[in-house]
Design a protein around this ligand. Structure first.
Ligand code: COA
Length: 320
């Protein structure tokens, strides 16, 4: 048995923030952001949180799969911006959906979280422990941005994507995951500083900090490496892949990955122009858009691949 994606869904907040609007708030420009990243605009959550967005994407995924919430055995929610430290966002989604038979927990692997969730669900399904899983990638990065730091805040946006995975004979072929905790400081966000009643310090929330060039170099090297590992271990030729659905962090990163893989850009769809980097949500949002546009045919081979804080990276090979 293998875990097959049988339904997808996504949700983006209505509020559009253009590069020009940001240029009115800080010293930046549409030209700088577009030419460095490919981003034109992003969505920002105003009156909704991470769980609210996750629920909307999840409902759409369940509907597209034709699966009732009670049928779910497992809910994995990948995020860095959960509304509460506890309970988990996955438990909040479970409660709202009424997925009374599911075990639910969050996955912390930043932008790689959806891939880690998919690979984890796959392991449960292969072992025979579970049959039907909901995997959600969701982030509300606007709440952990320093909106005066033009080097980071212009890159990110809010959104959610989800997929329902069920035990079938064919579906996911293979997945790989990797982590290098020694590179943690390259992309980080303090959850809460160490203040308490005894040390006299007031706890403060932190904001995203990033060494952009280090992340860029890591991504363009590690993602092709991990895709090659995925395909070698699966004995699948790279030219037989129909689509590479990559994490949407930077258009130039994805163009460089395509070049290193010697693959045409037509096989590397992108939507970063409209949404920016929605972290754990980019891959399932793009997957959902392509699925709803009817881009995938049964039997198509699709590689999903991402990277993010940790540092973490991962890839999955699907047969649609
Ligand atoms: N608008 C205008 N100027 C900006 C700016 C902005 N939003 N952000 C930074 N700059 C300035 C810098 O201050 C710097 O000025 P200086 O030369 O006077 O010091 C100049 O632009 C160049 O900055 P630099 O950091 O060298 O730019 P870059 O070409 O490396 O592009 C990123 C920066 C962040 C776009 C790029 O490094 C990147 O995309 N990295 C990957 C980040 C990522 O994907 N993170 C998430 C991973 S999941």
């Amino acid at each position: 048995m293998t875990g097959k994606i049988i339904g997808t869904g996504s949700y983006l907040p209505d509020r559009i923030v253009t590069n020009d609007e940001l240029a009115g708030m800080m010293e930046t420009s549409d030209e700088w952001i577009r030419s460095r990243t490919g981003i034109a605009e992003r969505r920002i959550a105003l009156d909704e949180g991470t769980t609210g967005m996750a629920v909307k994407a999840a409902r759409r995924a369940l509907e597209s799969a034709g699966v009732e919430a009670e049928e779910l055995d497992l809910i994995l929610l990948a995020t860095s911006t959960q509304d509460h430290l506890f309970p988990s966002g996955a438990c909040e989604v479970q409660a709202t959906l009424g997925a009374v038979n599911a075990a639910a927990y969050d996955i912390s692997a930043a932008c790689t979280g959806f891939i880690f969730g998919l690979a984890s669900a796959q392991a449960f399904i292969r072992s025979g422990m579970y049959r039907t899983a909901l995997i959600i990638g969701v982030d509300c990065l606007s709440k952990i941005m320093d909106w005066s730091d033009r080097g980071t805040c212009v890159l990110f946006g809010d959104g959610a994507g989800a997929a329902v995975v069920r035990a079938e004979d064919r579906g996911m072929i293979h997945a790989v995951m990797g982590s290098d905790g020694t590179k943690g400081p390259v992309l980080s966000c303090v959850a809460r500083s160490e203040g308490n009643a005894f040390n006299g310090r007031t706890p403060e929330l932190g904001y995203t900090q990033m060494d952009g060039q280090a992340v860029f170099k890591f991504a363009v090297k590690k993602v092709p490496e991990c895709i090659h590992q995925l395909l070698d271990e699966s004995s699948v030729d790279i030219d037989d892949i129909d689509y590479f659905v990559l994490h949407q962090a930077n258009q130039r990163i994805n163009e460089s990955i395509a070049k290193r893989l010697k693959q045409p850009l037509e096989k590397v769809p992108m939507n970063i122009e409209r949404y920016g980097n929605t972290s754990a949500a980019t891959i399932p949002i793009l997957l959902d858009e392509l699925n709803r546009d009817g881009k995938f045919q049964p039997g198509d081979k699709i590689v999903l691949a991402g990277f993010g804080a940790g540092l973490t990276w991962g890839a999955a090979l699907l047969e649609w």
